[in-house]
Design a protein around this ligand. Structure first.
Ligand code: AMP
Length: 385
């Protein structure tokens, strides 16, 4: 984790906190936690989100309308100091309509680079950031040729709108290849060589309007069925070399995009090799631990970055574990009895595979973290590590 100062010509902040309204496209839990981080700074918030009573809308003004409604976009941008988004599938048209009226961060180039997997992987490759071998697939012939080239197992993914493991299948044999084509064929796809990784890591970085940049310590992530279940922060067995290399990759991306805001990059670690899987131009689930586990949370640093305020230290306090609450609520009073456990609920109705909250455990040693995590797992009734 490092902190560094950036450009010699800092831009002035866009508005004094206390007078600024921050507009957020998307009213999910990420938007809600941005608002919660911004209130102590005197900020106000406005959401644009099609579903009424969203997690964000329970916190602040919400315009209930589709993201591509020009009139709603006009009402949304009126009087904003700055606009941002909490999901990366914002359309380029909506982004340009907003950025014609108010500053919009992260920059639209970051949206373009992260919305489509082939564009994203080509972008990483151009910056000499290693990625899994991949091929574009648009027909059954191209799928067969890609399987021939990359071998099995491989992972077939939709190029757009994939999240939480949706829109992807691991192909292990010829039968899987045919079944996947029947199910997924018809839209642009990407086939990636399966990486037998030893673990998954993510890096959260923040870059402000004046180029100041901070990096949080790398986090180890555990997924099941494509959904993040557990993050350990800092990642166990984190070495300066591992951290330094991830920061170097992140720095290339931040500078190339003249990025402003929080950026998350996911990596596969396989022996000494790191490959980038994807990036998200927004605050990220694997950064939720920073609310209690770091000197400044990813949410606060995102706001500071887009408002041109000095960034806060990304230093970790002790050892944290973040566990997502997915699908159903466990007995909350028992969770609150665990020492060092911090419960976050998003105001969402429980539904299968839906993230409805998370628990962050903070501890003074990896052993204490392990012990408290075991208590949490016993309550949730699932092994998450
Ligand atoms: P993604 O939507 O690309 O983040 O993929 C979701 C999860 O699927 C990842 O976090 C990995 O656990 C797994 N996965 C994705 N791509 C690959 C790959 N090329 N090799 C192995 N596992 C993968």
């Amino acid at each position: 984790m490092t902190e560094s100062s950036g450009s010699p010509h800092p831009l002035p902040p866009v508005a004094l906190p206390g007078h600024a309204i921050v507009g957020i496209l998307g009213g999910g839990q990420l938007g809600r936690m941005l608002a919660l981080a911004g209130y102590p700074l005197g900020l106000r918030f406005r959401f644009l989100e099609p579903t009424a009573d969203s997690p964000g809308g329970q916190m602040a003004e919400q315009i209930v309308a589709p993201y591509d409604d020009p009139d709603a976009l006009r009402r949304f941008s009126d009087g904003l100091a700055v606009a941002t988004y909490e999901f990366e599938n914002v359309s380029v048209a909506a982004a340009s309509q907003i950025s014609a009226r108010v500053p919009l961060y992260p920059p639209p180039a970051a949206l373009a680079a992260s919305q489509e997997r082939i564009v994203e992987k080509t972008f990483f490759h151009m910056l000499e950031i290693p990625v899994p071998a991949f091929s574009a697939v648009e027909s059954a012939e191209e799928l067969n040729a890609a399987v021939e080239r990359l071998g099995l197992p491989s992972v077939l993914k939709t190029r757009r709108f994939g999240y939480d493991g949706k829109g992807q299948r691991v192909l292990r044999n010829q039968k899987d290849v045919e079944a996947a084509w029947t199910e997924m064929g018809g839209e642009p796809l990407i086939l990636e060589r399966f990486v037998p990784f030893y673990r998954e890591l993510s890096l959260i970085a923040a870059r402000s309007r004046n180029g100041e940049t901070v990096f949080y310590p790398l986090v180890e992530n555990h997924h099941r069925e494509g959904i993040l279940r557990l993050s350990l922060a800092p990642a166990p067995r984190l070495t300066p070399a591992l951290q330094g290399q991830a920061e170097e990759f992140a720095r290339r991306i931040l500078e190339e995009l003249e990025y402003v805001g929080v950026l998350a990059i996911e990596f596969f670690q396989q022996g000494d090799r790191r490959r980038a899987n994807e990036m998200a131009p927004r605050v990220h689930n694997s950064g939720h631990w920073t609310i209690e586990g770091a000197e400044t949370s990813q949410f606060e640093n995102h706001l500071r970055a887009i408002l041109g305020m000095p960034l806060g230290s990304p230093k970790a306090f002790g050892f944290s574990a973040m566990v997502n609450l997915i699908g159903e609520l466990p007995p909350l009073h028992r969770i609150l009895q665990i020492p060092g456990a911090h419960l976050h609920l998003y105001g969402k109705q429980p539904r299968a595979a839906r993230k409805i909250g998370h628990v962050t455990i903070r501890a003074i040693s990896p052993e204490e973290r392990h012990e408290r995590l075991a208590q949490l797992q016993a309550i949730i009734g699932k092994t998450v590590e």
